[in-house]
Design a binder for this molecule. Structure first.
Ligand SMILES: [Zn+2]
Ligand SMILES: [Zn+2]
Length: 338
């Protein structure tokens, strides 16, 4: 099995919903799956409705208005749909979500199939509740599971969260695409091997860490006919190319404190792309600290310490309108270690 980083193939397509001065919102399309994840629900009006409707999981850092007001927009588009929408947020989130849903009258939705599942991330547990349009979005089926840092774990992707300090608990997120095992078809042809179900068994053996002498039944073309032949796993490893999955970090609204630093660096460590807030310039660090926010320099230092490949700063304070270049430059200098 060869590791060729040049073959990095990704199925994650992230883009900020608004400009750097607009409300935070990161849309991540999942190619092959025809769906998307959304980080923060600030104003969503600039999104194509078709994109909004691809969202299956929304991760809300905290319920300050600029991060959560777009929930109504989401709800309005999803209301007539037969869909299950998962929405995650920090402590107190289930009551915030219930409050938003209680703000409307639902006397004619008994036939609507929409289901919203809310998840509240606390220190040690994730508490969940189901809100169904059919029952007027009354919270039901309440449950809890232990919180070990992972919110979503699917075969192709995983989403982790860290609880950060924004004078209230605020969630930072990391989305990781798991590694792919692809078959090098040129090697397959060269060795007269025939594609088939056995390839899945081979990948499964590799994923489970099986030893080289493990026998794998492969299909081989000989004299124009296809036969089953036993090969050792070791002799088949050169067929498989492992491509590393992409990792995306997302951190907003947080204080530059040693504890937050540690948690952020651990969360977004070696991300390919790190979306980090930087509302303030470092000349206004006092103001930033007072408001439990980062400066551009601090965002750059976090990206540097976490050894991320690319840093994308956003969520700029309107006080710097027309001065975005200064924010980018300050973040870049700290990130590159200047
Ligand atoms: Zn904010
Ligand atoms: Zn905030």
């Amino acid at each position: 099995m060869t590791k060729r980083s040049a073959l990095l193939k990704t199925s994650l397509f992230p883009r900020l919903v608004n400009g750097p001065f607009g409300d935070p919102g990161l849309f991540v399309g999942l190619r092959w799956q025809g769906r998307a994840l959304q980080f923060d629900l600030g104003r969503l009006g600039r999104m194509e409705p078709g994109d909004v409707l691809k969202i299956t999981h929304a991760f809300v850092s905290h319920a300050h208005m600029d991060h959560f007001m777009g929930f109504d927009h989401l709800l309005r588009l999803f209301l007539p749909r037969d869909a299950v929408l998962h929405v995650y947020g920090p402590e107190d989130f289930l009551s915030r979500l219930a409050g938003r849903l209680a703000g409307y009258t639902w006397n004619l939705t008994e036939d609507y199939p929409l289901v919203i599942v809310g998840h509240e991330v606390r220190q040690r547990v994730v508490a969940s509740a189901t809100f169904r349009a059919a029952t007027g979005f009354a919270g039901e089926n309440r449950s809890q599971r232990p919180f070990d840092g992972v919110l979503l774990d699917e075969p192709a992707i995983a989403v982790s969260a860290a609880i950060l300090d924004h004078k209230i608990p605020c969630l930072g997120f990391a989305l990781r695409e798991k590694s792919h095992l692809n078959i090098d078809t040129s090697v397959l042809q060269k060795r007269s091997l025939q594609p088939g179900r056995w390839i899945d068994a081979l990948k499964q053996a590799i994923r489970s860490g099986a030893p080289d002498d493990r026998e794998v039944l492969a299909l081989v073309r000989e004299n124009g006919a296809v036969h089953e032949r036993t090969h050792s796993l070791g002799s088949l490893r050169d067929l498989v190319i492992e491509t590393r999955g992409q990792k995306i970090g997302y951190v907003v609204d947080t204080l530059y404190s040693p504890e937050n630093q540690r948690r952020i660096v651990e969360l977004v460590c070696e991300a390919d792309l790190f979306y980090c807030e930087s509302p303030f310039l470092d000349e206004d660090v006092e103001q930033a600290t007072k408001r439990y926010h980062l400066t551009a320099r601090q965002a750059g230092l976090l990206g540097r310490e976490a050894a991320v490949r690319r840093l994308e700063v956003f969520h700029f304070s309107p006080r710097y309108e027309g001065q975005a270049d200064r924010i980018y430059a300050e973040a870049r200098t700290a990130f590159l270690g200047g």
